[in-house]
Design a protein around this ligand. Structure first.
Ligand code: FES
Length: 87
């Protein structure tokens, strides 16, 4: 498990092993637009402020993965204990 941090409010939200970042954020009233929910479409693309994404999508390019400035919260996770998103 890891925590997602909402940059605009500083809120820290736990993301358990059996839920996505999108689901955890949604449960806390933080809206992320999604469509495919499987890492294909790009709708949920969200900026990363700090932390290291664990990319599980097939949308971002290899260069974008390595830069770590974007993440797809519908399916990707975090390698760091906290992933701060530009939300
Ligand atoms: Fe389609 Fe996340 S909702 S990539």
């Amino acid at each position: 498990a890891f925590q997602v941090k909402v940059h605009s409010t500083g809120e820290l939200i736990n993301v358990s092993e059996d839920q996505t970042m999108f689901e955890a954020l949604d449960q806390h009233g933080v809206f992320v637009a999604v469509s495919c929910e499987s890492g294909v479409c790009g709708t949920c693309q969200t900026g990363v402020v700090s932390g290291t994404p664990d990319h599980r999508d097939v949308f971002l390019t290899e260069a974008e993965r390595q830069q770590g400035n974007w993440v797809m919260p519908c399916c990707s996770r975090a390698k760091s204990k906290i992933l701060e998103l530009d939300l």
